[in-house]
Design a protein around this ligand. Structure first.
Ligand SMILES: O=C1CCCN[C@@H]1CCCn1cnc2cc(F)c(F)cc2c1=O
Ligand SMILES: [Mg+2]
Length: 492
């Protein structure tokens, strides 16, 4: 059967799995939580990589590569919070039949791998700022149900690790990077995100503070952390003794550096699939579409040889003109598939534009352009095709974000009293509520807000963009004086 069996709004889990596999992005692997990223998916990661790498290099960040393995003693250097993560750490205990004398961990993140060397390399203020990034894989042996791209035991990411002489420089960079993460979601993936700070409970235990971009999946009513940018303060420099000689005249001042770390993963691709996909399959934002336009000639059996030749020539010329205009174009003139099969195939794969050329179009020297997001068709004269295609791709990119942002905003309700909270969660909403910022209250809300419909809610972030909070406003959950508006929701 062509197309999808599962419906997005009725059976989301099956729908998502079907879209990821039938669009040829993912193949499942015998080891649970591990997936094959096929070219159709990898190309999207490539686009994100290319754009972000260019941006951080412009900021002065350099790429590097640290070892995959880390010893137990080094990993446990940041004991206070690695304990929480201990069950997720994967260990190498043997080579061949021989036990290793000391087990070696596979990096779940690289702070403990990198920072002993930061301590070696950073001596004087002239060695600062040190700003390194690596594109790599990490392993976290999660026990929660795996989901392609969203939660896997191995994933690809970039991890940036920077060191500065002052807190002000670190604070500024945290936001520079968060801004780039927002742009990846909104300008490349056409996915709206909310920027904010994580609560004390939700932040990275080793950080001074954590900032985040939060996305939302309206179909499931669940938030999803899109990328994090932490200010580590001097927590790690004190742990790893990363000090520098200040330039204080005379005084042999020494101080600990101020550090940040920031990460974005292949989860980005899953968020894009979940937000934009529909019941015909993937819907790709043109900016990251591996193929932006597919040309499908529609020969008729009774066509004369001359007409066939004309169709081949016309579609070939169109193809060449798109290529030289830098449009990522594919010609599908395979004779062993019907046009209907091809339409369904390229819709499943989410190709933004389909260009049809049939016998009638030949005579009129035109083609039919069909948009994947809205299905809208335009008849376009051959001479206008390149320009029209470029305009349609820009329109799609813009309108996909606009539609998703409208749905994101419609998914946020304001709640000031407890009784309205769980019904809003069950209605698949995020909730903006005044909050006392007490960890115990957040723990309590998590427990009290679980229902038949789903797990308890957590704070997704404390939005940077705070609505007015009148004096005397009470926390919706504890009745204590509210300190801020927090965005709450169920989440991945
Ligand atoms: O989130 C980021 C951005 C990129 C660099 N790292 C930071 C903090 C990572 C927080 N974290 C997250 N997950 C972990 C899982 C583990 F098994 C483990 F041993 C440690 C961690 C852990 O430290
Ligand atoms: Mg985790």
């Amino acid at each position: 059967r062509m197309g999808l069996d599962a419906r997005k709004l009725e059976e989301f889990g099956d729908w998502y799995s079907e879209v990821c596999t039938k669009s040829e992005m993912i193949s499942y692997y015998e080891i649970s939580g591990c997936y094959i990223l096929r070219p159709w998916a990898y190309s999207i990661w490539d686009s994100i990589h290319q754009w972000f790498d260019g941006q951080i290099k412009a900021l002065g960040v350099q790429n590097c590569y640290f070892p995959l393995f880390v010893t137990e003693s080094v990993l446990n250097k940041e004991k206070d919070h690695v304990e929480d993560f201990a069950p997720e750490v994967a260990w190498v205990t043997k080579s061949g039949q021989t036990d290793l004398d000391v087990p070696i961990a596979i990096r779940p993140t690289s702070e403990t791998v990198m920072y002993p060397f930061y301590a070696d390399w950073i001596r004087s203020h002239r060695d600062l700022p040190l700003r390194l990034n690596q594109w790599c894989n990490v392993i976290r042996w999660e026990f929660k149900h795996p989901t392609p791209f969203i939660r896997s035991r191995e994933f690809l990411w970039q991890e940036g690790h920077t060191a500065f002489a002052t807190k002000a420089e670190a604070d500024a960079e945290v936001l520079d990077i968060l801004d780039l993460y927002s742009k990846i979601y909104e300008e490349l993936l056409a996915v709206p995100v909310m920027r904010g700070k994580k609560s004390q409970k939700e932040k990275f235990a080793g950080a001074l503070y954590t900032t985040t971009v939060e996305a939302f999946i309206p179909a499931t009513g669940k938030g999803v952390q899109g990328g994090t940018s932490h200010c580590l303060g001097q927590n790690f420099s004190k742990m790893f003794n990363i000090q520098y000689e200040t330039e204080a005249i005379g005084g042999k001042g020494k101080d600990f550096v101020w550090q940040n770390s920031w990460g974005l993963t292949t989860r980005t691709i899953g968020v894009m699939v979940m937000v934009h996909g529909d019941d015909r399959g993937l819907v790709l934002p043109p900016r990251v579409a591996p193929v932006q336009a597919v040309i499908i000639p529609i020969p008729k059996a009774d066509m004369t040889e001359e007409a066939k030749a004309k169709m081949e020539e016309a579609s070939g010329k169109l193809f060449d003109s798109f290529k030289s205009a830098g449009i990522r174009v594919r010609m599908d003139d395979r004779m062993n598939y019907t046009p209907g099969w091809k339409y369904s195939h390229w819709e499943l794969k989410g190709v933004p534009l389909r260009i049809e050329i049939g016998p009638k179009d030949l005579d009129k020297e035109q083609c039919v352009m069909a948009r994947r997001d809205t299905g809208k068709k335009d008849f376009v004269p051959w001479k206008d095709c390149v320009e029209k295609t470029q305009k349609l791709l820009l329109d799609m990119q813009k309108e996909m974000l606009e539609r998703a942002r409208a749905e994101f905003n419609d998914s946020i309700v304001t709640v000031t009293k407890w009784d309205d909270f769980v019904p809003a969660l069950d209605a698949k909403k995020m909730i903006l509520a005044p909050w006392c910022e007490e960890v115990a209250v957040e723990e309590d809300v998590k427990t009290r807000s679980a229902s038949e419909e789903g797990a308890g809610a957590k704070t997704l972030c404390i939005p940077f963009d705070q609505p007015d909070l009148p004096a005397g406003t009470k926390c919706f959950a504890s009745g204590k004086p509210a300190k801020s508006w927090a965005l709450w929701g169920r989440s991945y």
